[in-house]
Design a protein around this ligand. Sequence first.
Ligand code: MN
Length: 296
Amino acid sequence: MTRPDQTPVIGCHASVWTGSFDAEGLEVAFRGTAEAGFDLIELPIFDPAGWDIATTRDLAREYGLAVSASLGLTDEVNISAEDPEQVRRGEDHLGAVLQILHELGSTHLCGVIYGPMKKHMRPASALEVTNGQAALGRLAERAAQLGIRMGLEVVNRYETNILNTAAQAMEYVGAIGADNLGVHLDTYHMNIEEPDLFTPVLAAAQRLEYVHIGESHRGYLGTGSVDFDSFFRALHHTGYDGPIVFESFSSAVVDPQLTATLGIWRNLWRDSADLGRHANTYIRTALRSNQTIELH
Ligand code: MN
């Protein structure tokens, strides 16, 4: 996913700007994302039934932003359940999100769309895993008809018991075998679970669909312990050309569902505009520096 001038698409998660996604919140998020210099806005579509598609479409056009969506499943809508009824509800839920993306002309769905995003108290069972893979195979087929690519976000052990590393995700998506279904890596989670920030990108390179850029405490980029030098070097080395999206959370901006699930209890920042501008510059500078490295 590149812009007409072949530079990568750099995005921003809407929760940098607002926690409420009514028309007013959407306006704040689109304006902030555009004014900070990003190309794309990632919308947390946890509630597809209540999403204001018309307003979203108008704002995307007004501000010239591409749109993607992410979400985490819950026990209520869980394609990785043992109970077929829960699986069906999960599949309907994700199907509704795909339909919204289609109506918005969006090409990317990502996040923890393979299971409930929460702290689990036991490992996933074999049946849960195979049920989830079967449902994702069906959903990927539907997504392919709509021209949508899907990335499964690899997250830390406190948010899923299914995909904690790039290697696990590669095995998982390999077993499904859909061309438009791959891996979504996030530096915040990699910093917790992976041995380093370089080799997992190599491991996932053939199926890498989406990238989140987050700091170790989810605040300003460059103020935590994530090894961004290695990560951006690896993106360049593998020729990754998908979306690169900044993700940051602070209790200054509260989304009732996300805040509790992700454990956002501290104010890491208060000024969304300053944070967003800083992140946009930080990411583009890192990519620009790496572009000067000749690989062959
Ligand atoms: Mn993420």
